[in-house]
Ligand binder design. Structure first.
Ligand SMILES: *[C@@H]1O[C@H](CO)[C@@H](O)[C@H](O)[C@H]1NC(C)=O
Length: 207
């Protein structure tokens, strides 16, 4: 699961018209929605400036954490290409966690596919424990990433264990900032999207 939010959204809204806010979210989410299609991850319905996705809900694979991590890198990259109404770059904060959740449709009026469980709350806490333009990765997600990563392609920076959310109780390991990704077949200085595309081609071939 990935949770994200726009840093300073309330203050952006305080000086913008509702139309300006909607236009900003519209151009940003248009990009994000395309990424969801590309990575085949599920967009979880939310309100306001939170954008959440999940992978592996209907069929668990070994690359679900990878897809969500790549999605996060593309999201941070996309933010730098869009501005707020007062000309600032949009800054997002992202958190990712992996675990079992309950998913389903509850009720009869306006039925929606929703996620439930402590691991959803924890994923949200990894987001609030992140900082602007950074992707905060839980210890569980980090283990999934390195378990199926022959070339050590994810650029992960360990944070102090005090940065772990207090709700995260199986306190083994620490959280990480995901700073980048490089695929061995792509030139080092190529854009991150090309590195990710090469990786996606590779896993789509083998599956
Ligand atoms: C969270 O996910 C882990 C790993 O799948 C699982 O062992 C644990 O039971 C989950 N926690 C809850 C409260 O569902």
């Amino acid at each position: 699961m990935l949770f994200s939010d726009i840093v300073g959204f309330t203050s952006i809204c305080s000086t913008a018209t509702p139309f300006m806010v909607i236009s900003m979210l519209e151009m940003l989410y248009k990009d994000f929605d395309e990424f969801c299609g590309f990575f085949d991850v599920y967009k979880v319905e939310t309100i306001g400036d939170a954008y959440c996705v999940a992978s592996g809900l209907h069929r668990a694979g070994i690359y679900d954490a990878h897809k969500v991590a790549w999605m996060a890198l593309r999201m941070i990259d996309a933010c730098s290409k869009h501005n707020t109404h007062d000309g600032q770059h949009i800054k997002m904060r992202i958190g990712i966690h992996t675990g079992t959740v309950l998913a389903g449709v509850v009720g009869r009026k306006m039925p929606r596919y929703c996620l439930f469980g402590h691991n959803v709350t924890i994923a949200n806490k990894f987001e609030s424990g992140s900082v602007e333009c950074k992707i905060n990765i839980s210890p569980t997600t980090k283990n999934w990433l390195i378990k199926h990563d022959d070339y050590n392609n994810f650029d992960l920076h360990a944070r102090d264990p005090s940065c772990l959310p207090k709700e995260y109780t199986n306190a083994e390991g620490t959280c990480y900032f995901l700073e980048g990704y490089s695929h061995p077949t792509v030139e080092c200085d190529a854009k991150v999207e090309h590195h990710i595309e090469a990786a996606m081609n590779q896993i789509n071939e083998t599956n």
